[in-house]
Ligand binder design. Structure first.
Ligand SMILES: Nc1ncnc2c1ncn2[C@@H]1O[C@H](COP(=O)(O)OP(=O)(O)OP(=O)(O)O)[C@@H](O)[C@H]1O
Ligand SMILES: [Mg+2]
Length: 256
């Protein structure tokens, strides 16, 4: 049976993804089932600025008012999702774009409405829907939005979505593709790290901003099936000679 890999493409790097990234995907697609989750942080930020909608971040998460939510939906499900699907199709990859709202893919609830507004956490993933697409050979491309039972939509951090989808599907691999070559400490890539190290790096202020939800999602997704999560750069080739280059996150040192 083909292994399942969840790849999160950061909004931070979408416009800069190199041809080698898509060529790696073509190779992966021959032997793995691929699910892509994308972000859209910078594009949402630019549109909010254009529309003069105020915005602020709390621990790397964008506080989401009704106005911010509307823009996030337009950019994520409308613009970014369709652009990415278009590029994947140019590389011959059978991509299908969906948002987490479609087919109740991501059931969501507010994390903390008072501090974050309509920022959601994932309560349930419709695995049957994803498995149906995968069975038919499609690559689902997920925009990180969700809805609750009443139909209220939420903006969900894309790292959180990727982690939740990987866990729900029992994926064997989870890859965060971003605009930095991994977790950096004093400007140097940390090649291997553990759950304890990560807590220390957050407490020490080494890991800040958008890296916080990323490492938290990685830690939450680790399981017996998923022993390692990687953070890699989408700007440079990260896969050479069967090896991934970036930061490897495991539960403990040497645990496979
Ligand atoms: N220790 C660290 N090492 C590397 N990057 C860090 C660190 N601490 C904070 N960061 C920041 O985290 C950023 C990556 O997260 P960010 O949310 O901006 O991008 P993304 O998740 O790839 O994109 P999007 O949120 O749009 O999906 C880096 O560009 C960097 O500014
Ligand atoms: Mg991010």
């Amino acid at each position: 049976m083909k292994e399942t890999i969840v790849i999160k493409c950061g909004g931070s790097v979408l416009s800069e993804l190199s041809p080698s990234f898509f060529e790696s995907l073509q190779l992966y697609a021959q032997k793995k089932k691929i699910i892509i989750v994308h972000g859209g942080g910078p594009e949402i930020g630019q549109m909010l600025t254009k529309l003069c909608v105020p915005t602020e971040f709390v621990d790397g998460l964008r506080k989401t008012t009704k106005d911010v939510l509307e823009v996030a939906e337009m950019i994520l499900a409308g613009k970014v999702n369709k652009q990415l699907v278009g590029i994947l199709q140019q590389y011959g990859l059978p991509a299908v774009g969906v948002s987490g709202v479609d087919a109740h893919l991501l059931e969501a609830a507010a994390i903390d409405f008072h501090t974050l507004g309509y920022v959601g956490e994932v309560k349930n993933v419709n695995c049957a829907f994803l498995e149906m697409l995968l069975r038919d050979g499609y690559i689902p491309v997920i925009a990180p939005l969700g809805a609750d039972e009443s139909g209220q939509t939420y903006n969900i951090n894309a790292d959180t979505v990727a982690g939740a989808v990987a866990k729900a599907l029992n994926a064997q691999q989870l890859l965060f593709v971003t605009d930095v070559p991994g977790i950096l400490q004093d400007g140097v890539v940390v090649e291997q790290t553990t759950v304890d190290d990560i807590e220390r790096m957050i407490a020490a202020g080494v890991i800040t901003g958008g890296m916080i939800p990323k490492v938290k999602a990685a830690v939450a997704a680790l399981s017996e099936k998923l022993g390692e999560v990687m953070i890699v750069s989408g700007k440079t080739p990260f896969y050479t000679n069967g090896k991934l280059y970036g930061t490897s996150i495991r539960k403990e040192v040497g645990v496979y």
